[in-house]
Design a protein around this ligand. Structure first.
Ligand code: HEM
Length: 488
């Protein structure tokens, strides 16, 4: 069966356009009986399919990943901000590039970097602490008179700044100064690209039907902004290359950070730039979105927040330890060994995957899915937002935030679901997120320092949390009150 209520020429487009990404699909997965595939009509009644069963997802993402490729129209629409490196390479070229980048993202290597992730996160929480202390709310305003200083902080923007700096510092050996300088050119460029905008959605959709040069020349302010941002990002990438080359000089490079992994792939200068553009785009907005969801969900669930704070404080050294003495600058951190922190992170990533929808299309003739023939060019939507909330996989409380499902024997890695494909946040198969370990470490460190130090509550607790429109799924229009909690 297919979703009903199609408009005459635009199928389900109105819903898909107006609702946050993935939300209509949650509805379809929960209500439309299907045999693993839901077919629906998209813009101009073009056919699209939504795979729902493990078998269908496994064929698309693993067994037949070469037949289900990134849509060409989508690629040309976003390549200028996501680069033409690994993210959009296909076939043999993709395999070669992925192999050369893998060492920089291996679990072993990321584990060695825990102290660096932690140090940067401590720097971040110190800045937020200063924000609260320099702009405290008057006593009484925040409801708890006589308590610790508090302030409503734009934590969403601060997280984007922090993740850009962590990626620069830990992954690329470069300081973007995003935390210290709100006018950092890269930060400004990305805030334009990721700003929710109906015009962007329309421009992206137009690429499905018109040549790139036509879309590119549509005289919309948004078009110009995106183009200018892409230029700034590439300029920054060229500066990184120049600086890193100078630093390395004649010395043999033994470092395995992301930059040197890209460099060792033998890419020429423009190839390096494209790869860096891709890593920067994929690598900072998504973790920032995840941590912001975590903050909002914890603010809605003070009991979970309090339990997590106690757990963090009992396992991790206070952030100021980093600044105390040189000897303690990099205290050993076992960030992956704190069960409740891991459970909370898993549950946030399940319920609110920062990358809510992925696109594929059938590359050639003769492709089948679950035995059904699919014409060349058929659009396929892989939707973590919907699969991760499917009651058939996660039970009747699939839409509820409940870290407990990741606690208890045998549940830490599965959340109690019977298949890997119930958790789609990083996808699976040869095109899954190459940086899952990097992202998980970063999210855990940032969340730990925030929850450890602050009590967090929503400025307007009565408001429903909803994702905004855009490529990622950030909560929309939410102010968060951060209140210092003594003792850490
Ligand atoms: C919570 C954070 C993150 C999430 C949810 C996430 C999710 C994803 C997903 C779903 C894909 C597959 C997209 C597709 O094929 O259509 C992907 C690919 C990718 N991600 Fe991530 N990602 C995260 C963080 C990061 C970080 C921190 C980096 C870099 C440091 C990164 C780099 C990449 C790259 C390079 C690819 C392309 C891999 C390939 O095609 O082989 N991601 N990510």
């Amino acid at each position: 069966m297919a979703p009903g209520g199609n408009s005459l020429f635009m199928g389900q487009w109105k819903r898909l356009f107006n609702e946050p990404p993935g939300v209509p699909m949650v509805d379809w997965v929960c209500t439309i009986p299907n045999d693993g595939i839901i077919r629906y009509l998209d813009i101009f009644n073009s056919e699209a399919i939504l795979p729902t069963s493990e078998a269908a997802l496994a064929e698309i993402l693993a067994a037949k990943s070469d037949e289900f490729v990134k849509p060409r129209a989508m690629t040309k629409a976003v390549k200028s901000f996501f680069g033409s490196g690994l993210t959009f390479a296909e076939g043999r070229e993709h395999k070669i590039q992925r192999k050369s980048l893998m060492p920089a993202f291996s679990f072993r290597h990321i584990k060695d970097l825990y102290p660096s992730f932690w140090a940067k996160s401590c720097e971040f929480v110190d800045i937020i602490t200063t924000e609260v202390l320099t702009h405290p709310e008057p006593a009484g305003v925040a409801g708890k008179s006589g308590s610790q200083p508090s302030s409503v902080v734009d934590i969403s923007s601060w997280l984007s700044r922090a993740t850009l700096d962590i990626l620069g510092d830990v992954g690329l050996g470069h300081n973007f100064e995003a935390m210290s300088n709100e006018k950092s050119s890269l930060l400004v460029a990305y805030s334009k690209i990721f700003a929710p905008s109906a015009q962007t959605q329309i421009l992206v959709a137009m690429n499905l039907f018109f040549p790139r040069w036509v879309v590119r020349n549509i005289p919309l302010k948004r078009n110009r902004e995106l183009y200018d941002a892409a230029v700034v990002i590439r300029d920054n990438c060229r500066s990184i290359i120049k600086k890193r080359r100078m630093e390395m000089g004649e010395m043999k490079n033994t470092n395995v950070d992301i930059f040197s992994a890209i460099q060792s792939s033998g890419a020429d200068d423009e190839g390096l730039v494209e790869q860096l553009v891709g890593i920067l785009a994929a690598g900072h907005e998504t973790p920032a979105t995840a941590v912001f969801w975590a903050v909002c969900l914890l603010a809605k669930h003070p009991d979970i927040q309090n339990r997590l704070r106690a757990d963090i404080r009992s396992h991790l050294p206070p952030p100021q330890t980093v600044y105390g003495t040189t000897a303690l600058r990099n205290p050993p951190i076992q960030i992956d060994r704190i069960p409740y922190l891991q459970a909370v992170c898993n549950e946030v990533l399940r319920l609110c995957p920062p990358f809510p929808i992925g696109w594929r299309e059938v590359a050639g003739h003769g492709t089948t899915l679950l035995g059904q023939p699919l014409p060349k060019g058929t659009r396929v939507m892989v939707v973590p937002w919907a699969i991760n909330r499917d009651p058939a996989r996660w039970g009747p409380d699939a839409g509820t935030f409940d870290p407990e499902r990741w606690m208890g024997p045998g549940r830490a890695g599965s959340g109690g679901a019977s298949s890997n494909f119930a958790f789609m946040t990083f996808f699976h198969g040869p095109r899954s997120c190459i940086a899952e370990n990097f992202a998980r470490t970063e999210i855990a460190c940032l969340l730990a320092v925030l929850v450890g130090r602050f009590e967090m509550e929503l400025e307007h607790p009565e408001k429903e949390l909803a994702a905004r429109r855009g490529l990622t799924s950030r909560p929309m229009g939410v102010g968060v009150r951060m209140r210092l909690v003594d003792g850490w």
